[in-house]
Design a protein around this ligand. Structure first.
Ligand code: GRF
Length: 196
């Protein structure tokens, strides 16, 4: 079974959706460990409630040695594929070298549009609406060094509706994120997407 490790900073609804897909059989994978830079994030609480190992690791807990500690934690739990899910920090060079090509991220827009530094949370949806787009969507992509770059593995469109607020759009895009993240990992687990 494909062993998954997660890095997340917020509520963890994407992590939750993937864990549920593992539990209900839609995804042949094992959620092994959750790491968050935010000690009060909902994602840590949810993981612990479900018996998944969960750690708060940050520059504060491990000054100067965070990258190494995250890598050691992933390795200790046998992680094969790393899933970023609303992780607000960039990964260090050791993690990128060790798991290069096996790190996925979810982004709430149709990349390469509305990606990059500063494009997170509601900012993304505000920018999409201000840009006069007729659609937005969600993207699952491989992680390379730079923000929101790397091969796109899956994308799904979400039409904009008249009167949409950024929060409205966020809700509809998030539901798509949950579905396509689990579905993409299922394709990886079945060998339909080759991560090398
Ligand atoms: C998601 O919209 C994700 O695309 C973005 O941060 C949000 C995380 O939400 N990068 P959650 O913690 O998975 O609920």
């Amino acid at each position: 079974m494909l062993k998954l490790g997660f890095l997340a900073s917020h509520t963890g609804s994407n992590v939750q959706a993937i864990v549920e897909a593992c539990r209900t059989g839609g995804l042949d994978a094992e959620p092994c460990v959750v790491v968050s830079n935010n000690s009060r994030s909902g994602v840590l609480e949810k993981a612990r409630e479900q018996g998944i190992a969960a750690y708060h690791l940050s520059e504060r807990t491990h000054p100067g040695g965070l990258d190494e500690m995250i890598l050691a934690t992933m390795r200790r739990h046998g992680v094969e594929v790393v899933c970023l899910a609303g992780y607000m920090k960039s990964l260090g060079l050791r993690m990128l070298a060790a798991y290069g090509g096996r790190i996925l991220n979810v982004h709430p827009s149709l990349l390469p549009k509305y990606g990059g530094q500063g494009m997170y949370g509601l900012h993304v949806h505000e920018a999409v609406l201000a840009g006069g787009e007729s659609e937005s969507g969600a993207t699952i992509h491989l992680v390379v060094g730079a923000y929101d770059e790397g091969r796109v593995l899956a994308q799904e469109r979400v039409p904009l509706l008249s009167g949409d607020t950024p929060a409205d759009l966020q809700v509809r895009v998030l539901a798509v994120e949950h579905r396509i993240y689990a579905a993409t990992l299922a394709r990886v687990a079945r060998g339909e997407i080759d991560l090398g």
